[in-house]
Design a protein around this ligand. Structure first.
Ligand code: ADP
Ligand code: NA
Length: 303
């Protein structure tokens, strides 16, 4: 008899799927101005889809909960998730357009972004089947590109079932106490940490955020990350050297890989190092969902 391999507990992602519409220009247009760009491409994105794809590529068993529109973008978003191995049974198709992000990248690599939520905006409550998927997972990944009511419903469903909640507070906005109360791990970047805590220094920000949640990881871009748990010393971890091409979704890659490593029961320091390796690899390739490394590549970079 062949033993069934032990499958790590799965990861549920309750979040956004957007089609990224990316125009590359020398200089971004100002009000009333028209400029001619160099190139244009469309690529699957949205923080939810990015984290789901990152976790699946890192080896996680991932289910995405959310909504796409009944348009061509919706079909492509679903296909991109499925192509990465993400389960889309609980990704609804809502009447109307998919979410989009209109992104202008200038010659210095800076970007300006408009997000139109589209179908993402319909995710204001969960179906019993969504709650069942969350209940069967080891962790629920959340961001703030869905309506707050939907995010809160997911976090509460997870908490009620003893499932760990991991919240990326982006786009950053004031977090209601009722959401913080059901957040196990908060993963802001340094700008989000500063905005949420009122503290410019990331260490001070992390300590302040520990008043509201039990565990915080602040990502620091090329400086790495820091990890804070109530009652323990802060741990800092440097980034791994990378040939930076495009830092889009570095944070989402980090969170996806971190969830996989923690779900496998790895110690926090080890899991953070693995996530650091994954995100270093992601900045070396253009794009978001197209630049997420697989498990073998992460292992090689982490060793
Ligand atoms: P976000 O994409 O959410 O703004 P960060 O910029 O903080 O998040 O990046 C997340 C992680 O990606 C960092 O903790 C780091 O490990 C990795 N990373 C980001 N930028 C670089 C870089 N220039 N070189 C190496 N690693 C990077
Ligand atoms: Na990238």
């Amino acid at each position: 008899m062949t033993a069934t391999p032990v499958r790590p507990p799965g990861i549920a992602v309750l979040g956004s799927a957007n089609m990224d519409l990316v125009a590359y220009v020398e200089k971004a247009p100002s009000r009333g101005e028209t400029v001619t760009g160099q190139s244009f491409r469309t690529v699957a994105g949205g923080k939810g889809a990015n984290q789901a794809i990152a976790a699946a590529r890192a080896g996680g068993a991932v289910a995405m909960i959310g909504a796409v529109g009944d348009d061509d973008f919706g079909r492509r978003l679903r296909a991109a998730l499925e192509g990465a191995g993400v389960g889309t049974e609980r990704l609804r198709t809502a009447p109307g357009p998919s979410g989009i992000a209109q992104i202008v990248v200038d010659g210095e690599g800076h970007n300006a972004i408009v997000v139109v939520p589209g179908a993402n905006g319909t995710v204001t409550e969960l179906a019993p089947q969504d709650e069942a998927v969350i209940g069967a997972a080891g962790a629920l990944l959340l961001q703030l590109e869905l309506p707050l009511a939907g995010v809160l419903a997911g976090a509460r469903a997870a908490r009620a079932r003893g499932v760990r909640t991991v919240l990326t507070p982006a786009p950053v906005q004031p977090l209601p106490d009722e959401l913080l109360a059901v957040t196990d791990l908060l993963v802001p970047n340094e700008h989000e940490a500063a905005a949420l805590s009122g503290e410019r220094d990331p260490r001070a920000a992390a300590r302040t955020l520990l008043d509201a949640v039990p565990e915080v990881v602040v990502t620091l871009g090329a400086e790495g990350c820091l990890h804070a748990v109530r009652g323990r010393e802060l741990l800092t971890l440097p980034a791994l050297t990378a040939d930076v091409v495009d830092t889009t979704a570095a944070g989402d890659t980090f969170v996806g890989a971190l969830a996989v490593a923690l779900g496998e029961g790895r110690a926090t320091a080890d899991a953070l190092r693995w996530a650091t390796a994954a995100s270093a690899l992601s900045v070396e390739l253009p794009g978001a969902s197209t630049s997420m490394p697989d498990r073998a590549a992460i292992d090689a970079r982490a060793s």
